[in-house]
Ligand binder design. Structure first.
Ligand code: 5GP
Ligand code: SF4
Ligand code: MG
Length: 459
């Protein structure tokens, strides 16, 4: 998911719309904006893309005020359903509060069962609602204390933006799984998932919100708190591999540069004699440029993407995904014919994309097809907000590289090594400490999930 918030700007809802537009790659399922005029919160939410949900100007007239938060959703917990659209807006005895969440709580079900036993009634199946219930039950006086108390009972990944009638509060979990950045525009504070959202509205990037940091913004300005027990930060390396936009800077590193360095490292680890380096667009492009630079093999756009089709992986139905590859990509025969081609992609999940694309490239006359993947085999599911499927569906969890090579029908297949990936990514620069989460590759999960009793629950 993607989150955005702005405090103290007369065009708050409009700017939130633009911010969400820049974060659209982080979720296409649904979106929403909640605004505050200092006295009341108002919401507009809907299923689908930002440009479709916020089509009419009249919607912005219904979102007055100088403070607003917004969300684009990519479902990990909870289904694809209007009820689960965010921001979630609730009224309770202290007033109104809205929240936009990026991440995934690993103990949401336990906390929810416990709350239901105590009489809470839930209206969504989303893990985020648990936070709102905990918040409403807290007896603490200040908002920061109530939020701290609620968050001390949940575990997992959360980059959150809360909005009340008069305040905005942003929090990043102590591991810092998901990115969250702070910016400024004409005296207004902005919080967003990625810097590309700041760029679009010409806001100035101030800094990242740090793992375990809470930021309160009200009319007196900004205050920073460290209310949680400190832990070793473990930002998600998959943000650099695939999820974040390459023009963003997250975890202290420029995403485009990191992707190119993955490609360079991949060329060192898995060299091959070939005529062309061809990316699977768009996600494979920066790594392919790095591979081409390092190997000296010419880079060519041998596959052309139709940009009016969404990210196929996120389409919820199997049938759409299978169909998706064909409507999305087409090879350039004149470039590929008779050539030995190195095809670069960022990741293999189920293997269906690679298999279909290789078939296409062979049909276009390629002499050899060598596949190089700019991350290690994805063998374990993610519990922290990326929708990798269960182990059963992850081809690498049950197949060797050689078996996958046969399945996708490539001549050779090479993945970036775990060590190579970390070396290329460098250290995320957070508080002078380092280390990324790499659990979907290594199986070593930085935050334990209480319900993992057997493998069938992995995912
Ligand atoms: P597959 O067909 O192997 O299941 O999908 C692999 C493709 O899905 C890659 O090209 C990758 O860029 C794309 N992809 C889209 N969304 C995701 C995601 O959330 N996780 C992963 N690992 N790959 C994704
Ligand atoms: Fe990111 Fe993978 Fe860790 Fe999930 S398991 S947070 S996708 S590195
Ligand atoms: Mg891709």
């Amino acid at each position: 998911c993607g989150v955005f918030g702005i405090y103290g700007h007369p065009e708050a809802a409009n700017l939130t719309y633009l911010g969400l537009y820049a974060l659209q790659h982080r979720g296409q399922e649904s979106c929403g904006i909640v605004s505050s005029d200092g006295a009341r919160l108002r919401a507009h939410k809907g299923m689908g893309l930002v440009a479709d949900v916020f089509k009419q100007d009249s919607i912005f007239e219904s979102l007055p005020g100088s403070n607003a938060i917004g969300h684009v959703r990519y479902s990990t917990a909870g289904g694809n359903d209007f009820k689960n659209c965010q921001p979630i807006l609730v009224d309770y005895h202290r007033g109104s509060i809205a929240v936009a969440h990026n991440g995934n709580l690993v103990n949401a079900q336990e906390v929810r069962n416990d709350l239901e036993r105590k009489g809470s009634i839930f209206s969504t199946v989303a893990d985020t609602e648990v936070i709102m219930h905990l918040l409403a039950r807290s007896e603490c006086d200040s908002l920061t204390e109530r939020v701290t108390m609620a968050l001390n009972q949940v575990k997992g990944a959360y980059s959150l933006i809360f909005l009340t009638e008069t305040r905005m509060l942003a929090v990043r979990d102590p591991n810092g799984f998901r990115p969250l950045v702070l910016g400024k525009l004409d005296g207004a504070y902005i919080v967003a998932s990625e810097t590309c959202a700041l760029d679009l509205i010409e806001a100035q990037f101030i800094r990242e919100i740090e793992p375990g940091e809470m930021i309160l913004i009200d009319k007196t300005g900004l205050q920073s708190f460290r209310p949680f027990e400190q832990t070793q930060p473990s930002p998600c390396i998959f943000e650099h591999i695939y999820f974040a936009r390459p023009d963003s800077t997250i975890f202290g590193q420029q995403v485009y540069q990191v992707r190119k360095d993955f490609g360079r490292q991949l060329a060192r680890e898995h060299p091959v004699e070939a005529d062309l380096v061809v990316p699977i667009p768009d996600s494979g492009v920066p790594a392919a440029i790095g591979y081409a630079e390092e190997s000296g093999i010419p880079f060519q756009l041998g596959l052309i993407r139709n940009h009016y089709v969404g990210r196929t992986f996120i389409e919820p139905q199997q049938s759409i995904r299978h169909f998706g590859v064909k409507i999305k990509l087409n090879p350039v025969r004149e470039i590929i014919e008779g050539k030995r081609v190195v095809v670069i992609d960022d990741s293999i999940v189920r293997g269906t994309t690679a298999r279909k694309i290789i078939k296409m490239i062979r049909n276009a006359g390629a002499k050899e097809v060598h596949v190089r993947i700019s991350c290690p085999p994805t063998s374990y599911p993610c519990f922290y907000g990326i929708d990798t499927p269960t182990r059963k569906e992850l081809i690498s969890s049950s197949h060797t590289v050689e078996e996958i090579n046969r399945y996708i029908t490539s001549d050779t297949l090479g993945y970036l090594s775990l060590e190579g990936m970390h070396a290329a990514a460098g250290a995320p620069i957070i508080d002078g400490r380092k280390g990324y989460c790499d659990a979907c590759f290594s199986g070593s999960y930085p935050v334990r999930f209480p319900r993992l009793k057997d493998d069938s629950q992995l995912g």
